[in-house]
Write a protein that binds this ligand. Structure first.
Ligand code: FE
Length: 184
């Protein structure tokens, strides 16, 4: 795969179809600027500001853009809220659709066939394998991402965090918590 990518890149540069500096800028963007920390800021704001949370649940695309996160693979965002009664899990059964502006690039397991099939067949089992045992009486909702709609889980705010500001709250939010393979 590495050789194939290198060969494709060389060919495209040689033919003048892409600019190496532009490729480096794209890699730098997704390695250093776009990642789960963006989603964590969205979650922390929702925990801190009830009006923002209402906007986020009503129109996630607009609310996420308020914090400056928008663009490719995030044009139509939907945020689903975890509660004491409901746990949400996100998958793309067809391929690997994922909300890039708020979570960055998807982890390898998210794109794997076992995760994509088992998230639907046995969501509790999958979440348990990630180390989280969901209570038997909690309802599990699985959301199948598409090329159009990308989902983000709004985790429950952990107990005992009343005094924390948004920055400290954001530090508590994990990528897996926003995919639903973990509960905070
Ligand atoms: Fe997909």
């Amino acid at each position: 795969m590495v050789l194939r990518v290198k060969a494709l890149e060389s060919l495209m540069v040689e033919k003048g179809l892409v600019d190496l500096a532009a490729l480096d800028a794209i890699v730098d963007l997704f390695e250093h600027k776009v990642g789960p920390r963006n989603g964590a800021r969205v979650v922390a704001r929702a925990w801190s500001d009830p009006a923002y949370k209402a906007r986020l649940l009503a129109d996630a695309t607009d609310a996420v853009a308020e914090l400056g996160y928008a663009g490719g693979q995030g044009e139509h965002m939907v945020v689903v809220e975890n509660t004491a009664q409901v746990h949400n899990l996100v998958v793309c059964t067809l391929c690997s659709c994922y909300p890039w502006p708020v979570l960055g690039l998807p982890p390898v397991w998210y794109k794997s066939a076992p995760y994509r099939s088992r998230a639907v067949i046995d969501p509790r089992g999958i979440v348990a394998e990630f180390g989280t045992y969901l209570p038997v009486d909690i309802e599990v909702r699985v959301w199948d991402s598409t090329a159009e709609i990308r989902y983000l889980v709004l985790p429950e705010r952990p107990a005992g965090t009343d005094g924390l500001d948004e920055q400290a709250l954001a530090a508590l939010v994990t990528r897996d918590g926003m995919i639903g393979t973990a509960r905070l």
